[in-house]
Design a protein around this ligand. Sequence first.
Ligand code: MN
Ligand code: MN
Length: 304
Amino acid sequence: MPRFGGIATFMRLPGRSDPADLDVAVVGVPLDIGTSNRPGARFGPRGIRDESVLLRPYNMATRAAPFDSLRIDDIGDVATNPYNLTDAVARIEARYRELTAHGLITVTMGGDHTVVLPVLRAMAAVHGPVGLVHVDAHTDINDAMFGEKIAHGTPFRRAVEEGLLDGPRVVQIGVRGTGYAADDFDWSRRQGFRVVQAEECWHRSLAPLMEEVRAQIGAGPVYLSFDIDGLDPAYAPGTGTPEVGGLTTAQALEIIRGCRGLELVGCDLVEVAPIYDTTGATSLTAANLLYEMICVLPGVEYRS
Ligand code: MN
Ligand code: MN
């Protein structure tokens, strides 16, 4: 079948596996009723799957061969609720608790960033508080938005309150832009997070930063959450809350490849909104970043 034919699963995986038989499950979470500005991330999983058909199984930069050593499949989408965010979050948590009960690693295609809260609840239920590599233009630590405790700008505040995160093992990379108050990012720092603002990343390789991040996080379970708006809108315009002065695609690759060796228990790529992505470049980038995440999961073999 040519690449452009057939039903689009992530990287043209079979899409027929029982999660009990897998090491890694690629999961779509179509949801955007947690967004505060432009909606559209409900179409993220479909957009990413469409563009991912171009991807081939071997990583020519790192020689990773993830499909040779791990059982990986696209297991489809979580049935969310487009009318009720609280119910949608409960549905996501229930599905991820089923998946983590099998001991597998989840690779999530969002959906807006609200989806990380129920995923982290399921992760922490199995692993206890986890470390976190969080790439984003925003810290997503608001206490409330329009009085709502659950929204795409609040998940990491809730995660701290619920004891899901190991604060000194958390790093937030790429945050920038305008805030509601000048000390907006300092709440993160008070939790022990390392906050790396985008300006610290400009004009340089992030490989040295990731060396420090690996030392900071060390051993123990860690989750990788990548909001596509961490990238500059020049590279990823298809998202709801873009901010100028962001990371490059090459820096995104350095961050993800720099996670090799960490005990990753799950990862996500969120906030892709294909309706603003006129060329498909945002979804294509997201698909590649998800592939790169799969390439650094524990148990992946590397060819010489
Ligand atoms: Mn976010
Ligand atoms: Mn963001």
